[in-house]
Design a binder for this molecule. Sequence first.
Ligand code: C2E
Ligand code: MG
Ligand code: MG
Length: 576
Amino acid sequence: MKLLLVEDNADDAAFLGASLRRQQASQVELVHARSIAEARGHLQAGAFDLVLLDLHLPDATGLACVEAIQALDSRVAIVVLSGQDDEDFAVSILNKGVQDYLVKWEGQGRTILRSIRYAIERKRAELRLNYLAQFDPLTEIGNRQYFQDQLQRATARARREGSRVALFFLDIDQFKMVNDTLGHDAGDQLLQQVAQRLSSQVRTGDIMARLGGDEFAILMEGVDNAVDAGTIAQKLLDVIEAPFTLDGHQIKVTTSIGITFYPSDNNDTMRLLKNADIAMYQAKDAGRNNFKFFTERMHTELLEYHDLERDIAEALRKKGFRLVFQPKVNLRTRRLQGLEALLRWDCPKRGSVSPARFIPVAEASGHIVPLGYWVLNSVCETLRAWEADDLPLVPVSVNVSTRQFQQADFQKRVAAALDFHGVTPHLIELEMTEGLLMEDTEAAHRALHDLKNLGVRISIDDFGTGHSCLSYLRRFPIDVLKIDRSFVSEIGENEDSRIIIDAIISLARSLRLDTVAEGVETNDQLDFLLERGCHVAQGFLFGMPMPAAEITPLLRDLFDATTLSPVIKLPAMARG
Ligand code: C2E
Ligand code: MG
Ligand code: MG
């Protein structure tokens, strides 16, 4: 046992030394320092098990003595020596990294020794707990806590030395898919192997951690320019891209990486991780399997995002949204087959804002949930108003964001809205995106079956653009696939788009689902779709999204059509 006694009073030191020697001279090696400065020399020269620390030293007093020792050696146990008059103070600092205290002159050798042994044990336990609290048991690397601690230290060092630190934020692309298709064990194995591969790329001194889920972070001191950071990021991408073997399955995954520098991008340590996270999302948006640097522009976008979010909240309160309806046409009969309700926002400050701009913000902020129910209720009201005018009705589809669908009471609230307005369920179709199919959870299945039993139709919007797992399609009670506009618009130019449309139509046929082509703008597109067997279409060729009042004549025509003419006269272009 190696002890360092830091005590400037010669008598106190002599007494303690003698008491210890009387007991277990052979076991204890006692070194004496008279000040923190002297203690520094000893602690730097060799590892001690414990420091016996006086709190009235020439170069420090009180808690400052403890902090000085801890800064010199964070792993050494500390027992403070107090006089009879300041015992209360000694007790009060027991949770400040001090393991025990001894009142001077009171201790017999045996008591002192017991206290020392106990303090060393306690320190070891503390270190172990501390380690575990900073450790990710799955991948056996540091966790978020560890990373944040290390980040604080690294940035403090960079500040002192005027150097830079690069922070890499990694997220596995579509990790959830691996988990869902191969199971959680395979997901765990993947995380372990990713951690190993990343470890192989970092140098000693770099700090790496798993922040949670499929997120990893790496901190590199001394990487101070975008070129070097880019080279490193590319290596990280490459090492993850090589195939993994999980439970005998070979799979390939990719990652997206966000990079930020301290202090050039931001000198607020707390913001660093957030910024790298933002950059990582940009890398995902740019198509995954790549890296992006955090930039001021992203920061501006973030501010704009918050601004937009506030305005959406206000528009929700002030009923600033309205709905337009776009016709869906049966291509064989040329009759109106249904409508899609689409949101419009005329913002007093910004003018008309496109759903492509505000829907993602409403989704990220959660406003989409109340907004979605507002849409559903408005559609019900519109249907009731048409019904009151004795107009024939066609089903109206309502877009549902995954976020809204994930609410535990979604199906109940849909049922309640229909019930409240007295709308027949088969007049409502819910359009959801493919992301929902990846939500292959018990709850998702139950919700969809409940909706189905209620009588509403379910369609998958923008089909073909997501990463649809076709096997999921079979397992869900879906009625319609909407072929994404991007394929339709390329019918004339792109063979692949034609092949994809063909594949979607035959897939739908085999699963007995209807198909609706989105964004039909030309007669050539129309001809192609008819020939391939897609019988319902929506697009500017038949009608723009328009206010309810402009839909009324179409419905009236439909009414006439059933008795008089088989073909309704849809305007080639009706402004909405
Ligand atoms: P979506 O559900 O796929 O809706 C179809 C979009 O395509 C609409 O854009 C529509 O105006 C546009 N469109 C229709 N025909 C044509 C065409 O022939 N050519 C072209 N170029 N575009 C056509 P919009 O209204 O801007 O909405 C964009 C997206 O915003 C929608 O895509 C939907 O995902 C989302 N959205 C709109 N309203 C709602 C809503 O009430 N709730 C939710 N959750 N999302 C909504
Ligand atoms: Mg839609
Ligand atoms: Mg769509």
